[in-house]
Design a protein around this ligand. Structure first.
Ligand code: NI
Length: 259
C-alpha cells in the first residue's frame, strides 16, 4: 500500500531533532508522497529546501492566517520567487482563522487571503485553504476568485458548503480528526463526497489520529485517515489509498510516481 500525505509541516520545530531521519524513513513505511505547505516566508523556504532534498516531497508556499500579522505588500513578490521552483505545486496554506482571539484582525486576514488567491490565479496554481470558524467569509472570498480552485484542508464545514465547493471544482481533504469521537459531521460529508474529490493528510505534527493521540503526528499515521474513508465509502483500505494518492497526484500535477 502506498499513501500520499497531502499536508504535513516538516518545517515545524517539532521535527528539529529528527526531521531528516523521519522523512528518509517514509518510503519504507508505505508513504510514497508528501506535500509540505508553508505558513510564512521562512517556513515556505524550508518547505522548498525539503522538496529539493527528497524526491517524494513537494512544497506549497504561502502565509497562514495566524501568521499573517507581519504581511507587507512586497510579500507576493517573495512568494512568486519561491513558487518558481519546479517542486512548488500550490499556494498554501492560506485562508481565515477566527478561532484564536489574538490572531490578526479579520479584515486584515481577508486582505492577505485575497492577495494570495490573486497570486495563485496569476501563477495558475491551486491553493490550499485553511478555514477555521470562518466558513461564511471564507466561502465568500473563494467565490470572489472564480478562476482559482484548490483544496479545503482539514475540512470542517457543513455538507451544504461541501456541495457548493464540489460544484465549484474544489477538493476536500481530511485529517486524523475523522477518527475522533465527535467526527459525525465530517463522516456525513465523506459519505456524500464523490471519491474523485477526496484527499487525505496528517497536518503533522498536529491532529494525531486515534489511537495515537498525545503523540507527535507524522505521515506514517495517514493510513488511519484512509481507513476511515474506506469504512465510510464501503471500499477496501487499498482502494482508498490508491484513489487518494491518484487524486493528490492529479491535483498537484505530479506525473511520475517517485517509488
Ligand atoms: Ni496545516
Amino acid at each position: 500500500m502506498r499513501l500520499f500525505d497531502t499536508h504535513a509541516h516538516y518545517d515545524s520545530g517539532a521535527f528539529n531533532a529528527d526531521r531528516l531521519e523521519v522523512l528518509a524513513s517514509m518510503p519504507e513505511q508505505g508513504v510514497e508522497l508528501i506535500l509540505n505547505p508553508g505558513c510564512d516566508l521562512d517556513s515556505s523556504r524550508t518547505a522548498v529546501e525539503l522538496a529539493e532534498r527528497f524526491p517524494y516531497v513537494y512544497a506549497a508556499v504561502g502565509v497562514h492566517p495566524s501568521d499573517c500579522g507581519p504581511w507587507e505588500d512586497s510579500w507576493p513578490e517573495e512568494l512568486r520567487a519561491l513558487a518558481a521552483h519546479p517542486k512548488v505545486r500550490a499556494i498554501g496554506e492560506i485562508g481565515l482563522d477566527y478561532y484564536w482571539k489574538d490572531n490578526p484582525a479579520h479584515d486584515f486576514q481577508q486582505k492577505v487571503f485575497h492577495a494570495q488567491l490573486a497570486l495563485a490565479e496569476e501563477l495558475k496554481l491551486p491553493v490550499i485553504v485553511h478555514d477555521r470558524e470562518a466558513h461564511h467569509d471564507c466561502l465568500e472570498i473563494v467565490r470572489a476568485h472564480p478562476n482559482v480552485t484548490g483544496v479545503y484542508h482539514c475540512y470542517s464545514g457543513s455538507l451544504e458548503d461541501a456541495k457548493t465547493l464540489v460544484k465549484l471544482g474544489w477538493m476536500l481533504s481530511f485529517t486524523g480528526v475523522v477518527t475522533y469521537k465527535n467526527a459525525r459531521r465530517s463522516l456525513e460529508v465523506i459519505d456524500w463526497l464523490p471519491l474523485d474529490r477526496v484527499m487525505i493528510e496528517t497536518d503533522s505534527p498536529y491532529l494525531t489520529p486515534e489511537p495515537f493521540r498525545g503523540q507527535r503526528n507524522d505521515s506514517r499515521k495517514v493510513y488511519r485517515v484512509a481507513e476511515t474513508i474506506a469504512q465510510v465509502k464501503g471500499i477496501t483500505l487499498e482502494e482508498a489509498a490508491r484513489i487518494t494518492l491518484e487524486n493528490g497526484m492529479k491535483f498537484f500535477g505530479i506525473e511520475e510516481r517517485p517509488l
